[in-house]
Design a protein around this ligand. Structure first.
Ligand code: ADP
Length: 165
């Protein structure tokens, strides 16, 4: 029984995240999408509850999400990893720009806990440029984000993000 943890801010969840979740769900027996507090990104636009609810709703778009659960955590990832007796941390890699920070994080987590292995999944070609920040910027000006944001949450995301004129 192999358990993978996929941590992130998911502010909000995108089709790029969903692609990683779906692929991880095929590779591991259980996947925990961990909506986390990241000190490097302290100012999430959406509340923790909203981000978790968006991930839950978006999972209904996947055919193979029976082994996926959503949880939250605001401490050290390795503490959660130990508590859940997980096997792997899953990360998505978009471009070289992700690599340095993710590589550093993987080494730190391994140093903090020798069992904390990180597995990187390469982003789908269509998602290499896709980020939550980009979605927020485009939607704020009324741009079309329907190709990037799960259709089960898009109306709520748009309503919250659009700058009221
Ligand atoms: P972001 O980096 O967009 O703010 P998160 O902090 O929520 O998003 O990212 C969580 C994880 O998902 C990270 O490993 C990140 O590299 C990965 N990820 C984010 N967007 C994508 C994408 N479009 N394709 C693949 N992986 C992604």
């Amino acid at each position: 029984m192999k358990t993978a943890i996929y941590p992130g801010s998911f502010d909000p969840v995108t089709y790029g995240h969903l692609d990683i979740i779906s692929r991880a769900a095929k590779l591991f027996d259980k996947v925990i999408v961990l909506v986390s507090f990241n000190p490097a990104k302290p100012n999430c636009f959406f509340s923790l509850e909203e981000r978790m609810e968006f991930v839950r709703r978006a999972l209904s778009e996947l055919k193979n999400a029976e082994n996926v659960e959503v949880d939250s955590h605001d401490g050290l990832l390795v503490d959660y990893f130990k508590r859940r007796e997980a096997d792997v941390i899953v990360k998505g890699l978009r471009a070289m720009s992700d690599f340095e920070a993710e590589f550093q994080m993987a080494l730190v987590n391994k140093d903090l806990h020798y069992k904390a292995e990180t597995v990187f999944l390469a982003a789908d070609v269509t998602g290499t440029f896709l980020s939550s920040s980009m979605v927020k910027q485009i939607a704020a000006f009324g741009g079309d984000v329907s190709a990037f944001v799960p259709h089960t949450i898009i109306n709520d995301v748009k309503t919250r993000l659009e700058i009221k004129k």
